[in-house]
Unconditional design. Structure first.
Length: 387
């Protein structure tokens, strides 16, 4: 069947973070919200029907995740990404942010050094600093060919670090890391006994001509020295159901992680997240292909418009995700003025770049997972201010 991504859905009044918190976040309740990384497309009908069917039962008591649940995820990863995952390697967490926080708390000690690669997803910073670990920044390098990793700096930092939290694909710059890049990063980390936590929540949102490579799939050695986090939440717009998986092939490491997880009782999960995830993994291929086609066209539309109408904005076409990372450093105003202009003159609510690290000053993250008519309106408003 043909899925509809063009119809505008009114999400106001649904306790939507993206829509109903506009006044408190931006000081302007009328901005077009293009910030939080969820989609303004309807969750696929086959998932909603599965949830409704489960909701029609009489009791919502404690449940467990059956073998078929984990098998559905393992089979999805094998089909789409070529990594043969065993269900025994998998455990549940209520979201990937929880997962890397648990990894930091359960697998490192106070004052241990943990490496992240900014500009990067803001909770990475908090997971390190709020648990008394030392944050080590390995900033990406912005080149004419796109963002690159700084391996020379990483060689030095890895000598004393205990963990590296990897964004694969990278949020917000949209890099789909290739084999050579991941191999070099992994070799540096293994040589220095640095555990890699690979956040792969955007792995299914890789755009045409690119392919996601799970970090752990590169070799058995990489598999034994890493943790992989996976979820259907970004792919199928299920973030509100707080359901994700952690995959750990190393038995000793897995026990250490799951022992900590069990101590928090955060592994109980919720009924509907389980149903939605399993259904998505079993029935979601065609819907996802149509979504990727639509998002790819959205990106083409936005990139072409910006290049033509606002050429001072620097951007690299993303290889994955549905976000654009926009650099306004060519304009002669500061970060505060950039955000004021975007919110109150252009009428748009985008993620502030400095929240992704100091490398994001005078940058913004723009979410394009919405009907194209909204993007067209937003870009016209942006052009009036920045064109």
């Amino acid at each position: 069947m043909r899925y509809d991504f063009d119809t505008i859905i009114d999400r106001t009044g649904t306790e939507s973070v993206k829509y109903d918190l506009r006044e408190s976040v931006f000081g302007n309740a009328e901005v077009i919200p293009m910030w939080v990384a969820d989609m303004d497309f309807p969750t696929p009908d086959f998932i909603r029907k599965a949830i409704i069917k489960r909701a029609a039962t009489d009791v919502y008591g404690y449940t467990f995740r059956e073998a078929e649940y984990f098998n559905s995820i393992a089979q999805w990863i094998t089909r789409r990404h070529g990594w043969k995952v065993q269900k025994e390697w998998m455990s549940f967490t209520p979201g990937i942010v929880c997962a890397f926080n648990f990894a930091v708390m359960g697998l490192t000690k106070e004052n241990d050094e943990i490496i992240i690669q900014p500009p990067v997803y803001p909770p990475f910073f908090r997971a390190v600093e709020e648990h008394g670990r030392k944050l080590v920044l390995n900033p990406l390098i912005d080149t004419d060919e796109g963002f690159k990793m700084d391996f020379e700096l990483l060689e030095q930092q890895a000598k004393t670090a205990k963990m590296l939290i990897l964004s694969n694909p990278h949020n917000p710059v949209g890099r789909c890391w290739n084999y050579d890049e991941l191999k070099r990063l992994g070799e540096i980390c293994i040589k220095n006994d640095v555990l890699v936590f690979s956040d792969e929540i955007h792995c299914d949102l890789v755009l045409p001509n690119y392919k996601h490579l799970p970090f752990a799939s590169i070799s058995q050695e990489f598999e034994q020295h890493s943790i992989t986090a996976h979820a259907a939440s970004k792919t199928f717009n299920l973030a509100g159901l707080a359901t994700s998986s952690v995959i750990i092939a190393n038995e000793q490491l897995r026990k250490q992680y799951t022992d900590f997880l069990h101590s928090t009782e955060a592994d109980l999960g919720n009924i509907f997240g389980k149903v939605a995830t399993k259904t998505a993994m079993e029935k979601g291929e065609e819907w996802l292909q149509q979504l990727l086609h639509y998002v790819n066209d959205n990106i083409d539309f936005a990139v072409n418009f910006i290049h033509k109408e606002m050429p001072k904005i620097r951007l690299h076409r993303p290889e994955a995700t549905y976000m654009l990372w926009l650099d306004f450093n060519a304009y002669d105003f500061d970060d505060n003025e950039l955000n004021r202009k975007m919110i109150f003159e252009a009428g748009l609510g985008l993620n502030k770049g400095h929240e992704f690290g100091v490398q994001g000053l005078k940058c913004l993250r723009m979410n394009l997972a919405c009907p194209r008519s909204i993007i067209a309106k937003a870009l016209e408003q942006m052009k009036e201010v920045f064109g």
